[in-house]
Each structure stands twice: as structure tokens, then as C-alpha cells.
Design a protein around this ligand. Structure first.
Ligand SMILES: NC(=O)CCC(=O)C(=O)O
Length: 262
């Protein structure tokens, strides 16, 4: 089975959800017309950016506005949306949460970032999630991960041992650690023998310049699409047979010695 996937590597207006909703709506429309993807992926915290001190004001109450927005666009354009992540407010807590919608506009999964990134103050303002990233999209077992999560190979492995063949990573990864971003994503694809579809943001806020370099990587670890540092959309076709072929060629999932690991 083949699927065409686009990552919207946008610049995000700091603390300005209205502007970001408008931009994302325009970019989705443009991408549907030009690339006709089956799946569109957005970056991390795309409604607010890292304006964490103002989350009380700008986080989305129960995620309601973002969910309605994503659901309507998915249905309108008959496209699956891995909706990046948004700051979701539930009572006194805010989570960094990804919503995935299918072509009919139905919410099929919600995942909140499990590992909070202290270097960008997430632990001071956000609550970590503790639920699985696993979901099935277009009949393909898949999983969602958010940025810093990729530094925890055991977390991604917990999803591929349960069947995930595509890992969607949404991010606001700084340029200062571009080498880590590229290396970790390639390693995660090779060691899990799966597709990695990683959507990062471009641009800068007051504290960080962001790396761009969204990537789509095949189960052999080869990069089949990669962005520059600038805002742009990358698109590639993935072939799910390749996951099966690579896993047959080097059967790491059968060769694991679980009894040796903690
Ligand atoms: N938004 C993030 O989680 C950034 C993670 C990051 O920059 C890292 O080096 O890890």
C-alpha cells in the first residue's frame, strides 16, 4: 500500500492563535491542491508557539476550537490530518496534545507529550501525558510522538513492538541541535524498521531559531524527503511493503532478547 504524506513546515506566529489558524487553513488548502496527499502533518504547538507564560489566556479550553477546526478541514478536503499539537487546557492543567482526524473528520486519536522538555520550561507550565501514541490510520498501525519524546528510544520501541509501522513526530526543534534532530530520527527509523514522518517548524521566537528540516525517512533509514530551514511543505510517497521487506531481511523483532533487558 502506498500513501502520499505532506508535512507543513510553517513559521508559527508567537502567541497568536488567530493568525496561526488562518495560516494553517491556507496551507492545507494549498497542499491539497498541489500535492493531493492522503495525510497532512502539522508541527508541535502550532496554535501558540512556545508562549508558555500566556497559556492561561491562549491555551485551547478542552481543545475544542482546534478539534473543530481540524475536523472541518479534514472533512472538507477528505484528507487525514495528524494535527501537530496544541496547548490543551483542562481545568487547571495544560497538556501538549496531538489530535489525529481521518478523512471523514472523525477524531481517531489523542496523544499528549509524555516527556516534558525542561530546557524550554515545559515542566513549569505543562503536564505530561501517560497514554499510548498508537493509532490506526488508513488501516496502517501508526503512532504519534512529540519532539523531545524521540530522545527516549524505549518509548518509541514500545509502540513498534505493538505494531506501529509509521511514527509521526511533530516538533519545535531548535536549530542549535539540528545534528541531534537528524541523527535521532534516522536512528529511530533504522532501529524500528519503520517509516518516520517528522514535521518541524521553521522561523524563530524570542529564545530560539528553529531548525526546519522536516524529514520523511524510510525503514532502511534513507531520507526520502527533507526540508530546508525555511518555511515550506515537503511531500513523499511511502510504500508500506518496504516495512515488511526490511523486517524480513533483518528480523530484529524476532531476534530481540527481552530477558536481557530491564
Ligand atoms: N520542543 C521540544 O521538545 C524540543 C526538544 C529539543 O530541542 C531537544 O533537544 O530534545
Amino acid at each position: 500500500m502506498n500513501l502520499t504524506i505532506s508535512c507543513l513546515q510553517i513559521n508559527i506566529a508567537f502567541g497568536d492563535p488567530e493568525k496561526n489558524f488562518k495560516q494553517v487553513s491556507q496551507e492545507i488548502e494549498k497542499t491539497v491542491i498541489t500535492s493531493k496527499p492522503d495525510i497532512i502533518v502539522l508541527p508541535e504547538l502550532w496554535t501558540t508557539g512556545y508562549d508558555l507564560t500566556r497559556l492561561d489566556e491562549i491555551a485551547d479550553e478542552n481543545g475544542a476550537v482546534s478539534m473543530k477546526f481540524l475536523s472541518e478541514l479534514a472533512k472538507k478536503y477528505s484528507v487525514n490530518l495528524v494535527g501537530g499539537s496544541i496547548a490543551k487546557k483542562v481545568k487547571e492543567n495544560v497538556t501538549n496534545t496531538m489530535f489525529t482526524f481521518n478523512r471523514e473528520g472523525h477524531l481517531i486519536h489523542e496523544y499528549s507529550k509524555a516527556h516534558l522538555f525542561q530546557l524550554m520550561d515545559e515542566h513549569l507550565y505543562l503536564k505530561g501525558g501517560n497514554k499510548t501514541g498508537l493509532f490506526t490510520l488508513e488501516n496502517i498501525p501508526s503512532a504519534g510522538m512529540i519532539c523531545y519524546d524521540i530522545r527516549f528510544p524505549e518509548w518509541l520501541r514500545a509502540h513498534t513492538t505493538k505494531g506501529a509501522q509509521v511514527l509521526y513526530v511533530v516538533a519545535e526543534w531548535p536549530l542549535a541541535r539540528l545534528y541531534h534532530w537528524r541523527s535521532l530520527l534516522i536512528a529511530r527509523a533504522i532501529e524500528n524498521q519503520c517509516y518516520v514522518v517528522a514535521c518541524n517548524r521553521a522561523g524563530a521566537d524570542l529564545k530560539n531559531a528553529f531548525a526546519g528540516h522536516s524529514m520523511i525517512i524510510d525503514p532502511w533509514g534513507e531520507i526520502i524527503a527533507e526540508g530546508s530551514e525555511e518555511p515550506e511543505t515537503i511531500t513523499a510517497e511511502i510504500d508500506l511493503n518496504k516495512v515488511i521487506e526490511v523486517r524480513k531481511q533483518i528480523p530484529i523483532f524476532n531476534d530481540r532478547r527481552k530477558e536481557l533487558y530491564d
